[in-house]
Ligand binder design. Sequence first.
Ligand SMILES: [Zn+2]
Ligand SMILES: [Zn+2]
Length: 263
Amino acid sequence: MKANYHTHTTRCHHARGSDEDYVRSAIAGGFEILGFSDHTPWNYASDYVAGMRMKLEQFQDYKQSVLALKEKYRGQIEILLGLEAEYFPRYMDWLKEFVKQEQLDYILFGNHFYQSDELQIYYGRVCADDHYLDCYVEDCIRGMESGLYAYLCHPDVFMRGRDRFDEASERASRTICEAAKQLHIPLEYNLEGLRLSGLEGKEQYPHHRFWEIAKDVGNTAIIGVDAHDNHSLDMETNWNEAVHYLDEVLEIKRVDHMEMKGF
Ligand SMILES: [Zn+2]
Ligand SMILES: [Zn+2]
């Protein structure tokens, strides 16, 4: 089965293609399940306006659009309503209520920022600093322990900020992998990172050393397109390359779809 649970929309300000374009591309790309998981809005205590996610007021439009597409394409592709969310300690009670109230099918764990994006400490950059690498690992674990998230997106995104995969990177990877394994949470092999690494000519994430450790620890992998452009879904090269790497080169356990239980 071919399923992708990691899909954005233009509401996050850094994606392109209409909601329906993503569905059409997913069908063209041979997907049987397409989960929308745009960057979640947060109910900030401050008047902060995030540049990379929808506003809370936009959520209903997002939800209605996804549910309408689910109906329209019933029988052709299964569409799910999700979100990609960080672990922001002070707002977790709100998030827990929100996902229940809005009856989401699932949320993904995209650990992008330290504490809250109001502070603008982006893990993809600051993890060059070992202190923030520790914070990243800590948040990954706390978030996974919350039991809210279906899987951990781009677990190795910290390599975006680091020059080389050193001992600290190795330790961080092993700690994340062991926690995920213990909590039965799959780790995402992220195709958007693969695309960026290719574009910038530098291996960032997915990082092969991270994935060798995941294999060694006995983790389960899942491929996530992390589509910010609908054509990431109908262009099959990266998907096939990832399947080949995970199944035949690395030989790690991989799930091709998940049962989403809702909240
Ligand atoms: Zn994004
Ligand atoms: Zn994403």
